[in-house]
Design a protein around this ligand. Sequence first.
Ligand code: NAI
Length: 300
Amino acid sequence: MGDQLRYDGKVAVVTGAGNGLGKVYALMFASRGAKVVVNDLGGSFKGEGASKGAADLVVDEIKKAGGVAVANYDSVENGDKIIETAIKAFGRVDIVVNNAGILRDVGFHNMTDKDWDLIIGVHLKGSYKVARAAWNVMRDQGYGRIVNVASAAGIYGNFGQANYSAAKLGIFGLTQTLAREGAKKNIKVNCIAPLAASRMTETVMPKEMLESLKPEFVAPVVGYLCHESCEETGGLFELGAGWVAKLRWARAKGGVMKKASVEGVRDAWNDVINFDDEEHPSSTQDTFPPVMAALEKAKL
Ligand code: NAI
């Protein structure tokens, strides 16, 4: 095994692990020694129906390969039940991958409350519920690794995905605060925005592209972020096909209005949007210096 990064003695919960990316995460953790809870509601990618088959097949595959796994069929909206399965079967939870997801793409002008609530419920509330149920277990253990799943649609916006974009960027907000709150208890929380072939993307991407975008290229990044040797926390990573890169905020140096008026804003606008001397704020405290500097100037 040499220097293989392993998860012996660790318990991993992967939501939505019956298909696509989640399945590959579950297989990876199990093949490297973790005991795995394979959660999947087993519905369609639009969130319709439910079945036990998806999770069961993955559990069988793990067992056949000599690994340890149990299935859970609850919706992530009942995250406490998923964590309960982990505790009952294995007594602890070290790793959570909040991967479960569905799509309800529709132009905003046609979006219904149902389209909105369903997506926010599964992605944002589901990530909250599972993390919340695992959180105090991890705090008590003094150890935890959580990977949440965002999307380029959330970072940049995407036509027809107002509900999904809102949920996915919300998940990054959740990640950043959990990273801070978990720091003292050795709980590291990161966020990924993957690109991979799955039933979710097979209708929107050309076939040749899908073939080279294997989930197997995404899984190792999740594996690294969930390993005990990884110190990274609060990060957002874009990845696919073996490429992975961290994202951060960039802030323009900014403009100060000479007079607190709408015209004052107009006159400062070129500075407001000029990124020549950009900064990279990384905490709420980083908002204060330019604001204080503007106050000082105003006193002159
Ligand atoms: P997928 O549709 O193949 O897998 C998602 C799994 O989640 C399915 O097995 C489904 O049954 C399960 N699921 C759905 N609702 C659930 C619920 N309420 N409770 C428990 N399980 C539930 O999709 P894929 O592509 O593997 O997506 C995985 C994650 O990655 C999702 O969060 C998705 O939004 C995200 N993502 C995927 C991208 C891609 O390129 N494939 C791009 C950006 C984000």
